[in-house]
Design a protein around this ligand. Structure first.
Ligand code: ASP
Length: 582
């Protein structure tokens, strides 16, 4: 037996016991007569003491140990004179009588402390050491607990966990596929699933009724800040349900997780907000409801006063920033730089200050009287002391820019606390998105998403106006998950493919198996998938999903620890019938 206890469990109640512990040397302090070692394992830290007077040999040996050596020690649990109230074992120490070095360690490349001296790149290269740090380990433990609670909730609701294949035929979810060459079928490739979408729908055809899987998905996208090429979903599908059934059940899952994991109870039902409202009031399909600052449409109010930019703009909108009228010139300049930055892309910013003394000051004073300015501000529900920020341009784009500015102001004003959680459902998404560049419609969610029944009539005449039976679960400006009621009728599915520009032959070639399955009695069905990494990072209060993943990739999609991706041997390539060109 390597140990009788862990390094996190001994307290005064165990005083006098002889115990054996095993773990890593967190640090060693040599105080002449006494040597102290903090021994660490997954469960905590326990202080070991070695006495030079009573056990000079053992003590000398302890002094030679380096950081991260792996030890087994036996000794007596004793009350400490110098207690450490910060850790559960802080009242005791072990007076060591036997010491065995299980393994030596090189000096680690960075300190294994919460406050480490290791940079990002270095810690990723030695991720196995980074994972020894308590704050990183805690995220992985939290991830585990969320996964277990998810399973518990779904199991309690009759969901079956069913695995689906990883080597599949491409499923279109709007991203590029990762592909895998088939040695046995020269010149042919599998794709890695962007999600198990078609398989979970097939499971409904098979009658499984309620499916879930905590599953890896793969999307070969240019990696923006918070993306990973492989990520995990809580993927779910249900039969004989309408949108409301799905929302109820999965609102229940989110509530269950927050209650069990964080002790937070959402008492109210989650708000449901139509997509159009989210876009017009928050400039985003994932509004952050931790603060107000809604977008106000000023288009009618501001026109006709000779200010050319506004007179020509199809849309003018503003947000009112409470208490910010005292912003300095430097601060408003910073905001102008922000809206003009490539990530926002506005051409300029107009501001209006409603000063505390009741006067108005704006960057367009030449064109507008104080009364005009007051009317704008009142339209946005502002009062004296507030600052209004105004952007103009094409409606859709300008709203999104205002949405970005709103979040920026929320950050600046400290309105986006990580301890506050504001969930909602965004519903009534458009079925299609028009792409100017390719001059065609794309499915906003995916091609299996059902239109709302009342909109089916517009497939041929006006697809742009069709709404989808699709929904997103949003929290604090983050999309936690999304799904839809599916098309289960082969005819409607054909119409969908036609609207997306597939010929019947192309549709058959790509999705034939699903179409055929639908001819054998497909039940009405729908589902949802949550981004598991996102959910964990939300609950852990992290900025990045990377910290929730044991072995993540960097922004270039590389695993810097194993140094992959990497070239293949010529012989391996030959076997796969693949030639790499320059
Ligand atoms: N497969 C979808 C996705 O990955 C989720 C769903 O519709 O259930 O976004």
């Amino acid at each position: 037996m390597y140990r009788t206890h862990t390094c996190g469990c001994l307290t005064l109640r165990d005083a006098g016991q002889t115990v054996t512990l095993a773990g890593w040397v967190q640090r060693m302090r040599d105080l002449g007569g006494m040597t102290f070692i903090d021994l660490r394992d997954r469960y905590g830290i326990t202080q070991l003491t070695f006495n030079m007077e009573t056990q000079p040999g053992l003590c000398a040996e302890a002094r030679r140990l380096g950081r991260e050596f792996v030890l087994q020690v036996t000794g007596t649990v004793c009350e400490r004179s110098n207690k450490n109230p910060k850790i559960p074992t802080g009242d005791i120490e072990i007076h060591v009588t036997e010491l065995r070095v299980l393994n030596a360690a090189l000096v680690p490349p960075f300190t294994i402390e919460d406050d480490t001296d290791g940079g990002d790149e270095l810690r990723m290269r030695y991720r196995y050491l980074d994972l020894r740090r308590a704050m990183v380990r805690k995220n992985i433990e939290l991830r585990h607990r969320i996964a277990q609670e998810t399973r518990r909730y779904l199991d309690d609701h009759q969901f079956l966990e069913i695995e689906t294949p990883v080597l599949i035929k491409s499923t279109p979810e709007g991203a590029r596929d990762f592909v895998v060459p088939s040695r046995m079928n020269p010149g042919q490739f599998y794709a890695l699933p962007q999600s198990p979408q078609q398989y979970k729908q097939l499971l409904m055809v098979s009658g499984f009724d309620r499916y879930f899987q905590i599953v890896k998905c793969f999307r070969d996208e240019d990696l923006r800040a918070d993306r990973q090429p492989e990520f995990t979903q809580i993927d779910c599908e249900m039969s004989f349900v309408e949108q409301d059934d799905v929302l109820q059940l999965f609102e229940g899952l989110i509530k269950h997780l927050f209650k069990k994991i964080k002790g937070i109870e959402f008492k109210e039902p989650f708000r449901r907000m139509p997509y159009s409202e989210a876009m017009s009031l928050y400039g985003s399909d994932k509004p952050d409801l931790r603060f107000d600052m809604k977008i106000c449409d000023l288009t009618q109010l501001v026109k006709g006063k000779g200010f050319g930019i506004f007179d020509q703009a199809p849309y003018i909108g503003g947000i009112c920033v409470p208490g910010a009228a005292a912003y300095s010139r430097k601060q408003t300049d910073e905001l102008t730089d922000f809206v003009k930055s490539p990530q926002v892309g506005a051409s300029g910013l107009v501001y209006v200050k409603w000063n505390a003394d009741g006067t108005f000051k704006s960057s367009v004073d030449k064109f507008y009287t104080p009364d005009d300015l007051r009317r704008w501000m009142e339209a946005a529900g502002a009062s004296a002391g507030d600052l209004m920020l105004v952007l103009s341009g094409p409606a859709d784009r300008t709203r999104v820019q205002l949405g970005q500015l709103r979040l920026e102001m929320g950050n600046r004003l400290g309105l986006r606390s990580k301890d506050e959680f504001k969930p909602l459902w965004v519903v009534d998404f458009p079925l299609f998105e028009w792409d100017e560049e390719t001059q065609r419609f794309y499915a906003m969610h995916h091609p299996f998403t059902s239109p709302r029944p009342e909109d089916i009539q517009y497939f041929e005449t006006d697809p742009g106006r069709m709404a989808a039976a699709a929904y997103d679960c949003v929290m604090n400006g983050v999309e936690l998950g999304g799904g839809s009621i599916r098309i289960h009728d082969a005819d409607v599915q054909q119409k969908m493919f036609a609207a997306l520009g597939f010929t019947p032959e192309q549709a058959e070639e790509q999705f034939g198996f699903l179409m055929h399955a639908f001819q054998y009695g497909a039940p009405p069905h729908g589902g949802i998938a949550f981004g598991f990494d996102r959910l964990v990072s939300m609950m852990a209060g992290l900025d990045s999903i990377r910290d929730t993943i044991a072995f993540p990739k960097n922004n270039a999609g590389r695993d810097v620890m194993s140094n992959s991706p990497a070239p293949l041997d010529a012989s391996q390539l030959r076997e796969l019938h693949i030639a790499v060109t320059e």
